[in-house]
Design a protein around this ligand. Structure first.
Ligand SMILES: [Zn+2]
Length: 92
């Protein structure tokens, strides 16, 4: 996810509390993504099959729905989580 505070933004892992070491201004969003990827983070577009009529291509962001949690169209994974197998809730 992307956390914002005081005009800065920071990438935080979706599946653990890890966060990317640096914060960036809103205008530097693309740079932040590129830097994080270079450090082994995986940022990828989430599948939005539930919403085939997504208007993000037209308006640049997903429509907000009142009363519902805003869906983030991207998933963010830190290098440690990328290295883990995709099994959850199972101990081997
Ligand atoms: Zn993680």
């Amino acid at each position: 996810m992307i956390e914002r505070h005081e005009g800065r933004q920071q990438i935080v892992c979706d599946t653990c509390p890890a966060s990317f070491a640096h914060t960036y201004a809103d205008a530097d969003f693309r740079i932040m993504i590129d830097d994080a990827k270079a450090k082994g983070w995986r940022i990828s577009q989430a599948k939005t099959e539930a919403n085939p009529r997504d208007t993000s291509d037209l308006f640049g962001k997903a429509p907000t729905v009142a009363g519902k949690a805003k869906v983030q169209p991207y998933t963010h994974k830190c290098p440690a989580c990328c290295a883990k197998p995709q099994q959850q809730g199972r101990l081997t």
